[in-house]
Design a binder for this molecule. Structure first.
Ligand SMILES: [Zn+2]
Length: 325
């Protein structure tokens, strides 16, 4: 009777699950990602979060069959290392994450890129299940993407699927990646916050930062954007409209090249704004779609917030047992 652990390591939270062999969730936990320290501190927080999920599932230490991790940064699946994860504290060099976790958790650990893990999760277990080819679009702080073609994840030479850096305006705004005109420069929650701050400083009225202070948040979270939209904040509407438009242009360009069967929209902001905004993205794609007589399905990710962690348990299921000691 297999018991899999899944860890979704994010810039703000560490989400963990423990599942059975059918990847049904038996227990889960969520901890904030440490904002100080370094890889070792983040690793300790990951272990604590997974142990809490295991307790929740009634699984004791040493009983996990295997563990999977979706991580940001440059992930070397073979070596089990993570290098220069921008959103994690002081994670500059190469850190042997899989080995450290294996020692602490007494289970084999598999590691992969977080967005690829989330894409595979939607493909195998979520909204992408009926299809052979999908494009996953994860609309959050940045905009991540994953491509599955003929049932296989397409990684290119390791950097495929960067939908957030599709160019939607050749002389456009500067992206967090340093280039100009990327989709993420308009649609990433990080870039949207920068733009909102600029507009507010120019004297434009908005409730965005009031809500942020009321709720004692360090940044404009997805929930704050949702509240501002509900209060009909003009600037919030403008920036979200611009984001939807940029996603439409970028995704349509990707579709013209790949002609996949379905687009699955997830990510913090995507999940929070939900189906009404998926419908708007569907509409924003259409004017730019070459084969517009036969548009692909555009669907909301169905595994929700747990998608990344559940996807990581798919990775766990591929791990060979640790050698007996
Ligand atoms: Zn970019």
């Amino acid at each position: 009777m297999a018991r899999y652990g899944g860890i979704d390591l994010g810039g703000t939270k560490i989400q963990t699950v423990v599942t059975d062999e059918a990847h049904e969730v038996l227990g889960s936990a969520r901890h904030p990602t440490p904002t100080t320290g370094g890889p070792a501190d983040v690793t300790l927080a990951m272990i604590a979060a997974l142990q809490e999920a295991a307790e929740d599932a009634g699984v004791s230490r040493g009983e996990l069959t295997a563990v999977g991790v979706g991580s940001p940064g440059a992930v070397d699946d073979e070596a089990g290392t993570v290098t220069s994860a921008r959103n994690l504290p002081d994670w500059e060099g190469t850190y042997p994450l899989a080995e450290k976790l294996e020692t602490a958790l007494l289970a084999p650990v598999g590691l992969s890129n977080d967005v690829n893990v989330a894409t595979i999760a939607e493909f195998e277990l979520g909204a992408g299940r009926p299809f052979q080819s999908i494009l996953g679009v994860f609309w959050g702080t940045g905009v991540g993407g994953g491509v599955v073609l003929d049932g296989q994840l397409w990684e290119g030479r390791g950097a495929a699927g960067e939908i957030g850096h599709m160019v939607v305006k050749s002389d456009g705004r500067t992206c967090p990646c340093g280039r100009v005109g990327c989709m993420e420069a308009y649609a990433g929650r990080g870039a949207m916050e920068v733009r909102a701050r600029e507009k507010a400083d120019e004297g434009e009225k908005t409730v965005l930062f009031e809500i942020m202070e009321e709720r004692d948040k360090p940044r404009l979270s997805s929930g704050i954007w949702e509240r501002a939209l509900a209060r009909d904040d003009k600037l919030a509407h403008q920036l979200v409209d611009r984001a939807v438009d940029a996603i439409g242009v970028g995704v349509a360009s990707a579709l013209n090249l790949l002609d996949v069967e379905a687009v699955v929209i997830g990510g913090g902001l995507g999940l929070r704004l939900g189906e009404p905004y998926v419908e708007r993205i569907r509409e924003a794609i259409m004017p730019h779609l070459f084969a517009d007589h036969r548009p692909p399905e555009v669907l909301l990710a169905s595994l929700g917030d747990l998608g990344g962690a559940i996807g990581a348990t798919l990775l766990a299921a591929q791990q060979a047992p640790l050698p007996q000691r």
